[in-house]
Design a protein around this ligand. Sequence first.
Ligand code: GLY
Length: 352
Amino acid sequence: MTSIKAATYPIHFNEKAYTELANLIRFNNYSSIFILVDDNTLTHCYPRFMPLLETDKTIEVIQIDAGEVHKNIETCVGVWNVMTELGADRKSLLITLGGGVITDLGGFVASTFKRGIDFINIPTTLLSMVDASVGGKTGVDLGVLKNQIGLFANPKMVLLDPEYLHTLSAREIRSGTAEIIKYGMTHDIRLFNEIKDNAELNIVDLIHRSIEIKNEVVLEDPTEQNIRKVLNWGHTIGHGIESYFLDTPNKENLTHGEAIAIGMVCETYISSKILNFPSDKLKEVKKAIHAIYGKIEIKEEDFSSITGLMKHDKKNVGGEINFVLLKNYGDFQINCKVPNKLIIESLEYYNS
Ligand code: GLY
């Protein structure tokens, strides 16, 4: 699988990536190496990773609790403290081994520790392979508000080893699939069609193509002033739903992908009303998302809390919610304003 060149770092695949990792560590002569894991990746991924890590440097493992609820500044303080106690210095390297929480939080911890040390992302979930580990966004949540604190900082390398996908549940794979559907709807309909129509997916090919698309967008607009907003397709309503479910004790937690999938149905509905997205394709999107993710109950009484949470979306400017909408598959428009009434209607459409 060919490597992909991002702005300042490579994304290497499969066995070759481990050789490149060893070369990078040797070349930079790091003083020590820290590996950030959570309970899951310590058990399921670390045993694969360690024998493949070729280095004579001192290695320390730092474990945090798994889950989005731990993606906060308190967890960062814990990691900074442990790094300090273990003598981390400016020539230390942090390797993040995990899903989006680990790569986002680890990148943030590294890029702020002593004003910034190198980090390498090793995504172990489909979601982090196709999205979080690439593109330089790092950060943590503020309460239930997603990714409110953070900065753009690039890793030194991303190591993509699809073998880690075998450690995931079907639900986690479906969560990552939502981001691939996103790239399909906004850039390359083949991705959406393959997921919709095929039982046997060539997942490595889908990952590679998804990263290619993301990388092209990020190269054009690394700090999301403009075109990168397209990568938030489905996320404006999706994040509102995800935060609401996180914040409401009697609701089961949705995965990121499940929330984004709902968001994509709603935002396709809004696109059909504002930009005339074709109605047959709208039906196709809803049918496919319901078939993959089932129908999650969003009660009418929850609607106003969800739209309230959307006011914190990072794309908003001057209190106005900014949407990405589609005229058609592969034809998008950023910075669209949407009346609240239509957002509510879109949630009703999802439920219908
Ligand atoms: N996850 C969207 C982005 O990286 O811009």
